[in-house]
Ligand binder design. Structure first.
Ligand SMILES: Nc1ncnc2c1ncn2[C@@H]1O[C@H](COP(=O)(O)OP(=O)(O)O)[C@@H](O)[C@H]1O
Ligand SMILES: [Mg+2]
Length: 557
């Protein structure tokens, strides 16, 4: 008798183990194959009821705020609906609270007595219950509750199995989270790749990638608005770059490839037709180029914008600024012309006198020579004014800067004198000639001197403008430094960041484009324009122009 009871128990245990193994295997399969959470937990409940022989099983899943967002059950009738609505309201019964507060399996020996708050307990006569959290790596995904024969509820081996199963389910839920994140990340990447591609393809700029001097990619979008920019920048010969700009474009490209510079930012002119040569149709392009790694190969990424229209506006502004500058010095021009003119008048009178009195006719020759000189002087002044105001292509030549600075200040002399301003010049006679566009430099000096004069207009005290030139030796190369210093009120801190902005002015009847044009002109010379000012101590504007800069990134126009 004893023996057979023992044998029955053994058989029962083996059968139970078999059931467990089967259930485990099926749940395991489901955990790796099912990607839908709802189907997964419902499937697990069904397996546990059908295969393992639990009376019923239910699983609830938490969202991040511990709200139950998904419930599955198996082995219940309509009575489970009441439990669902409790869960929805976060009314958690004892066993669920147990799973929230501890990772141990929570067991109930006699639900009818112990679980008075549970709507399901009435079905549990002669049954026990086991509840366990579904947690992995510190995240509590939910809980699982099983209704078991009463004696199993207290069985240590059964509890261990349930705990293992719960851990497996939690890992499965974790895997689904990962999967969700991965798909989302994949989608995001793809979306951003598509967005990026659309952006590049439709960009109205001309974007290209160059490998070994040949263009391996060009975006199609740019053709929509611009002339045929796609030949604008073609290494190694750059045949569509305007001949006057080709040298410096080639040099910049070589410098970039040789890592002497890390990006090209430059504007240049190009022929819009392939192999075009007509200067008539020349257009302006603004280029930005950097080195990139493209499909594992060293490449050059270029971004080119057609800026012809904005160049036209700039040119217009520059001419307008020239005209304003001329307007400011008309007094000077008149004065400059009046001097030789009154000379001519006096000489002519002298000639007349000689004739009338039949005097020394040999003197007449020297007087006529003086007249010639004076009219030549007038002609030069008129020529200079015309040159200065002439629109059209600027010409960079080797320039004696002192000469032009001297000339332009002559025109300002009268205005300065009238305003009680002294002009002091320290022009170093030994500075070398510099590659520059003389009339543009004149325009800058004129602007800076006029600004200084205007700043000192209402100023009492010693009004001095000092103009100096000198040569400086820098690591980056030799420079000519031109500075314009005044004894005016200086530039208040609050204006300092803005004075180079176009149209920024503190004057009532002024355009505010002067300094922005000066800045642009000096940049086009490959140089820099800076200023120093301390309150009440005047302002100093300093121009640095590099010597030996024929090949640098500078442009005319
Ligand atoms: N030497 C200077 N001293 C004080 N302020 C100056 C000086 N030069 C320029 N500024 C300031 O910079 C502003 C911008 O100058 P600018 O671009 O030449 O335009 P505008 O002369 O038409 O005002 C001026 O309005 C003035 O406030
Ligand atoms: Mg000005």
């Amino acid at each position: 008798m004893e023996f057979s009871v023992e044998k029955d128990v053994k058989i029962e245990k083996i059968e139970r183990l078999n059931l467990i193994l089967n259930a485990f295997r099926d749940v395991g399969r489901l955990l790796v194959s099912e990607n839908d959470r709802e189907k997964l937990i419902k499937g697990i409940c069904d397996i546990l009821v059908e295969r393992r022989g639990y009376y019923n099983a239910w699983i609830g899943l938490f969202d991040g705020d511990k709200n139950v967002y998904l419930v599955a059950d198996s082995g219940f009738d309509f009575r489970f609906e009441a439990m669902k609505s409790h869960l929805k309201k976060r009314e958690f019964v004892r066993c669920i609270q147990g799973t929230i507060s501890s990772d141990r399996v929570f067991s109930v020996h006699d639900p009818i007595k112990e679980c008075t708050d549970c709507v399901l307990a009435q079905n549990y006569s002669d049954r026990g219950a086991l509840a366990v959290q579904l947690a992995y790596e510190g995240t509590n995904y939910g809980f699982m509750v099983l209704s078991t024969p009463r004696k199993l509820a207290m069985d240590a081996a059964e509890k261990t199995i349930i705990k293992d199963l719960a851990d497996d389910i939690a890992v499965g839920l974790y895997r689904l989270d990962l999967e969700k994140e991965r798909t989302k990340a994949e989608k995001d990447t793809q979306r951003s790749r598509i967005r990026f591609k659309t952006l590049i393809e439709n960009s109205l700029n001309y974007i290209s990638i160059i490998q070994n001097h040949s263009i391996v990619y060009k975006n199609p979008g740019h053709r929509k608005i611009h002339h045929r920019m796609d030949h604008a920048f073609e290494p190694p010969d750059f045949l569509n770059v305007y001949t006057g700009d080709r040298g410096r474009i080639k040099a910049a490209y070589t410098d970039l490839l040789a890592n002497r510079i890390d990006r090209i930012e430059v504007d240049f002119r190009y022929y819009p037709e392939k192999n075009g040569q007509e200067e008539e149709g020349l257009r302006w392009a603004l280029l930005s180029a950097t080195k990139i790694d493209y499909l594992g190969e060293e490449s050059v990424l270029t971004n080119i914008m057609d800026v012809t229209n904005s160049m036209e506006v700039q040119n217009f502004l520059r001419i307008q600024d020239k005209m304003t500058s001329l307007g400011r010095v008309t007094a000077g021009i008149a004065h400059e012309i009046r001097n030789p003119l009154s000379g001519i008048y006096i000489y002519l009178k002298a000639v007349k006198k000689i004739y009338n009195q039949m005097g020394d006719i040999t003197k007449v020759i020297s007087i006529i020579e003086k007249i010639e000189l004076a009219s030549h002087k007038i002609e030069t002044i008129i020529q200079r004014v015309m040159d200065f105001s002439k629109p059209g292509q600027p010409k960079f030549v080797m320039t004696d800067l002192n000469h032009y600075i001297d000339e332009v200040t002559k025109l300002t002399a009268v205005t300065l004198r009238k305003n009680g301003i002294r002009l002091v010049k320290h022009l170093d006679p030994d500075i070398p000639e510099c590659f520059a566009e003389p009339h543009l430099i004149e325009q800058v000096i004129l602007n800076l001197v006029t600004n200084a004069a205007e700043a000192m207009k209402a100023f009492t005290g010693d009004k001095v403008i000092e103009l100096s030139t000198s040569k400086s030796v820098f690591k980056s190369g030799d420079c000519i430094v031109i500075s314009v210093t005044d004894t005016g009120p200086g530039i208040p801190l609050s204006h300092r960041s803005k004075i180079f902005d176009p149209f920024y002015t503190t004057k009532t009847n002024s355009s505010g484009i002067g300094l922005s044009i000066c800045h642009r002109i000096i940049l086009d010379h490959g140089g820099s324009l800076k200023y120093h000012s301390s309150k009440g101590r005047g302002a100093r504007f300093t121009i640095e122009l590099p010597l030996n800069n024929e090949n640098k990134n500078k442009r005319g126009g």
